[in-house]
Design a protein around this ligand. Sequence first.
Ligand code: ADE
Ligand code: ZN
Length: 301
Amino acid sequence: MIDLHVHLRGTITPTMARKLAERNSVHLDVASWAEKGYGWHDFTSFLSAYDHIASLIVTTRDLEEVAYDYLARSAQLGATYVEFMLSPPDLMRVGVAFDDQLAALSSARDRALEEYGIDCRMIATAVRHLGPASAIQAATIAASRRDDILVGFGLTGDERMFVASEFKEAFRIARSEDLRATAHAGEHLGPDTIIDAIEVLGLERVGHGIRAVESESVTRQLASAKVPLEVCLTSNLALNLYPSIDEHPVSQLAAAGCVVVLGTDDPAFFSTDIEQEYRLAANVGLLAGDITEQAKAASFK
Ligand code: ADE
Ligand code: ZN
């Protein structure tokens, strides 16, 4: 199994959150909050809960432990490879240089590789709702990295803010240093935004992209260009994009020839893991072997 779409900070379990809060003396009532599934009820409140939990990571040790924890748990389920997203400025704000973040993540990767045989790479991301200037800053930091663990650049956050063309310069900077490109599109907005993002930003994969199904022409274009869609089934159900797995468009997209790969998105917030994603995909007729083969070809490694 391969997980190609997971936000590193979205993997922080309540147990890990409690440990980090205690260690870093953060006054956050994680215990009661965690019981309520981190207390979010829609995409906007999810993003805010995510930021709170994300702020519990303040040192390279925290970062190393969070990454290792997810790799170990995924490997125990049978996963062999993970591509994590993380936003470089998050920890830089509390004084941790990006190269030090990457060194901590490489150490987590080496430990997990040796102990469990699972490998990983990182995708540096800009946060869309922070705007184009912040995205250029994230891309500039990512483009200056010195660690081979960083392989891509992406765009996360609230898709309803700003249009793809406003992030063109950020992606140009990242791609000029051979970082591979992906961005969230077609999760909360309609199909035309997907093609727009691919063309304007030079995407090689699309985060989610499932709303392509609403346009026959967009579905056809994605199928013929073979741009992989990073589909996160449980996330889409949790955020109420579809009422049930039977109504999720993933099988329709696959049947139309779109390349589907899987991700857990924010597994600690959506109560999922990569095994559950593969199981849900199997329930709607997608074969694990096919998905893993497609994921190997789609990976940025
Ligand atoms: N950041 C963390 N999780 C996200 C998601 N599901 N969509 C967009 N941005 C995110
Ligand atoms: Zn995501």
